[in-house]
Design a protein around this ligand. Structure first.
Ligand code: S3P
Length: 422
């Protein structure tokens, strides 16, 4: 298979959620350039509209105009769809608003833990009523919040960001101490917008946003290409027999680009060019060539920086020489699916060697043709991982459904066809 040409991944999902919410919390017109137009981004836009924010349509290749204003009590349940980031970050925003809102989502999202976010928000002063234990649906009522310092038990950017957004919406200082550094898009965006946010290793403090927030001066935000979506294109180019792929405008924030370090260690031929900064986020072009990979040990400390890339890295490990071990990836059990078990089960279903031992994932590579049926559980990252493996020599992989790719990467299959010429 030949993978060649140039391509730009869709806008960053994490940055798009944050940009939409900050624009929605402002009191001005905000123009977003390069925002993600996928289902998850649409979930955030839909919820913000229900809260009274005016948001133009999210269309590929067009800017999105947001008009921030005072939020109002929603008349119906806020439907967060499949998006954990929408649910958790909006909970943070709502904690600072004195009305009640009910949140729900699809079957996958309703199963995901919310107490990690709601418990600290309750400590800040919000009231939460669960309807089905630790998950959605639930109701939250915001209040006058208290200044807050939180020692987080998990390295979760969604949790950290929910608390920082609560501090912003509620006008109180918040400090979060993480066990390990999670993605720092919220910190970067706050800082880019002039807020007093301080980062000292794993301690993040938002002082009162006071004079700069809510912002009344119009502003623009440019959103980089999504590092996690780019990872599937990188994987396709690495697995190719020939060609060279240029992937443009990819976010290379060090709290997200751990997969590039791991691939480099495995022998991946990836060059980073034209490094620059866009609205506080590092961006670059990646040039990827076909590569022979060797297995590696991915240490627990590396996991937060590549948490969403474990499925695709595990897929690549199935084609590498020797064994790859991912240490302490238990968090994958509470993603859009039980990604830990499903990655291993699906790799085995197509004839690869993979096993879960405690919280570790082991994959042994081989060159045998990958054939079989994959159960995606409607998890976008599983669908895309196995679609890419399906490009390998003599592979015949059937996906239970391909449509979930649109959760984060609309046009994924078109882009794959474009770069493979198939
Ligand atoms: C995200 C944080 C991560 C990641 C998710 C997006 C974010 O989740 O897996 O896809 O935008 O903050 P956790 O914070 O639960 O680790």
């Amino acid at each position: 298979m030949r993978v060649a040409g140039r391509i730009r991944p869709p806008g960053d999902k994490s940055v798009t959620h944050r940009a939409l919410m900050l624009a929605g919390l402002s009191r001005t017109k905000v123009v977003l350039d390069g925002a993600l137009t996928a289902l998850d981004a649409k979930s955030t836009a839909r919820v913000l509209r229900q809260l009274g924010v005016a948001i133009g349509p999210l269309r590929r290749g067009e800017v999105t105009v947001v008009r921030g204003r005072a939020w109002r009590r929603p008349s119906r349940t806020l439907d967060c769809g499949n998006s954990g980031t929408t649910a958790r970050l909006i909970l943070g925003c709502l904690a600072g608003h004195r009305f009640e809102a009910r949140l729900s989502g699809d079957a996958s999202l309703r199963r995901r833990p919310m107490r990690r976010v709601t418990e600290p928000l309750v400590q800040m002063g919000a009231t939460v009523r669960e309807e089905a234990g630790d998950g959605l649906p639930l109701r939250i009522r915001g209040a006058q919040l208290k200044p807050f310092r939180f020692l987080s038990p998990v390295a979760s950017a969604q949790l950290k960001s929910a608390l920082l957004l609560a501090g912003l919406a509620g006008g109180v200082p918040v400090t979060v101490v993480e066990p390990a550094r999670s993605r720092d898009h919220t910190e970067r965006l706050f800082s880019y917008l002039g807020m007093d946010i301080r980062v000292d290793a794993v301690e993040i403090s938002l002082q009162s946003a006071g004079s700069v927030w809510p912002r009344t001066e119009p502003f623009d935000l440019q959103i980089p290409g999504d590092a996690s979506s780019a990872a599937f294109l990188v994987a396709a180019a690495i697995l190719a027999d020939s060609g060279e792929l240029l992937i443009e405008d990819v976010g290379v924030n060090p709290t997200r680009s751990g997969y590039l370090d791991v691939l480099e260690r495995m022998g991946g031929r990836i060059k980073t060019e034209r490094r620059r900064e866009v609205c506080g986020e590092p961006v670059a072009d990646l040039v990827v060539s076909p590569s022979w990979l060797t297995g590696t040990e991915v240490k627990a400390a590396e996991i937060p920086g590549l948490i969403d890339e474990v499925p695709v890295l595990a897929g690549l490990a199935a084609r590498a020489a020797g064994e790859t071990v991912f240490r302490s990836v238990g968090e994958l059990r509470v993603k859009e699916s039980n990604r830990l078990n499903l990655v291993a089960e699906n790799l085995r279903a197509i004839g690869a060697e993979a096993a879960v031992a405690g919280d570790d994932l082991h994959v042994v590579g081989s060159e045998r043709p990958l054939r079989g049926r994959v159960e995606t559980a409607r998890d976008h990252r599983l669908a895309m991982t196995f679609a890419v493996l399906g490009l390998t020599d003599k592979a015949r992989i059937e996906l239970s459904e391909p449509a979930s790719a649109a959760v984060s990467y609309p046009g994924f299959f078109e882009d794959l066809r474009l770069v493979t010429g198939r």
